[in-house]
Design a protein around this ligand. Structure first.
Ligand code: F6P
Length: 321
């Protein structure tokens, strides 16, 4: 299904990882095409099961997982860990890398035509599958996402800045659009699912209260709010124009560590954001210094403009949280 001619080529991509990035981009073109058909195509938004986290799996979640795994078999990916599968699987015995992927994040947005994405992270493979992924986020060799929105774009870091390539519909190629994305140090935009406010911890409530108090409050600015409900879309907005995103731990059962998965979501997003001069913490401790305990383990996630992320950490310190 994927094309044989290269769809991405750049000396910003380390040559040893280039075939993996090429495979991800080639599949993403096919995924983007399927998504672009919307309700004209096969029904992709219907639930076909549950993943190991108990989240509903849509047909397109499962299909894209199969497409990425198949294409990566011919690369040097040894271990493949997918948010859609319970355990990591062996793709290529001789491969040197371990790749974690959320094949289609935000899939509840498929049927409403809102941006969704594929998130991935690459490590050096170890002998054991799990050990290849349960390690500090700062051991990632690459982290990135492909956003399927009005434009399809690859945003990726190899530890030397955050780079954006946009899929040009005319050429069919992912073309370099931005060599060094930079998150503004401050902003007047926050993103949080406010329907959970009664479950938040004190430092999170205090920070959001102060944002809502606007110019008359301690932050002395009028804030705007956005919540897409699609992590890739929120990250893309923040990488583009700044802001802060919070999916904190809260008092609901099952949300003791927030909602987002450390391996599939928090680690790659933290890598991208830090490489674009932003901050990413669990509320106070940098995500890049943390490791998941289990493949599907969750972590609270706060990221974005460094000044705002530091403020949230200060609210936690003040509360002794
Ligand atoms: O992890 C899946 C996801 O859809 C993210 O993309 C998004 O940030 C989050 O969940 C939205 O969660 P909620 O529905 O609780 O607002």
């Amino acid at each position: 299904m994927t094309s044989q001619t290269p769809v991405i080529s750049s000396d910003l991509i380390p040559s040893e990882l280039a075939p993996i990035i090429e495979a991800l981009c080639a599949v993403s073109k096919d995924v983007a095409k399927i998504i672009a058909k919307g309700s004209l195509g096969q029904s992709l938004a219907h639930q076909v099961g549950e993943n190991s986290d108990g989240d509903g799996q849509k047909a397109l979640d499962v299909l894209s997982d199969e497409m990425f795994a198949e294409a990566l078999k011919s690369t040097s990916v040894r271990w493949y860990a997918s948010e859609e599968q319970e355990d990591a699987v062996l793709l290529n015995e001789a491969g040197a890398y371990a790749l974690a992927i959320d094949p289609l994040d935000g899939s509840s947005n498929i049927d409403v035509n809102v941006s969704i994405g594929t998130i991935f992270s690459i490590y050096a493979a170890k002998d054991e599958a799990e050990a290849s992924f349960l390690r500090p986020a700062n051991e990632q060799l690459a982290g990135g996402y492909i956003v399927y929105g009005p434009a399809t774009a690859l945003v990726v870091t190899f530890g030397k800045g955050t780079v954006q390539f946009v899929l040009n519909p005319d050429s069919g190629l992912f073309e370099l659009a931005e060599e060094a994305m930079q998150i503004p140090a401050t902003s007047k935009e926050f993103a949080i699912n406010a329907s959970n406010f009664r479950h938040w911890t004190k430092p999170v409530s205090a920070f959001i209260d102060d944002c809502l108090a606007g110019v008359d409050g301690p932050l002395e600015k009028n804030y705007n709010m956005r919540w897409v409900g699609s992590l890739v879309a929120e990250t893309h907005r923040i990488l583009t124009r700044g802001g802060i995103f919070l999916y904190p731990r809260d008092g609901r059962s099952g949300y003791e560590n927030g909602r987002l998965r450390m391996v599939y979501e928090c680690a790659p997003m933290a890598f991208l954001v830090e490489q674009a001069q932003g901050g990413a913490t669990d509320g106070k401790t940098p995500i890049m210094d943390q490791a998941a305990d289990t493949l599907h383990g969750r972590a609270p996630l706060v990221f974005g403009s460094s000044e705002l992320v530091d403020r949230v950490a200060a609210y936690h310190d003040k509360a002794g949280a």
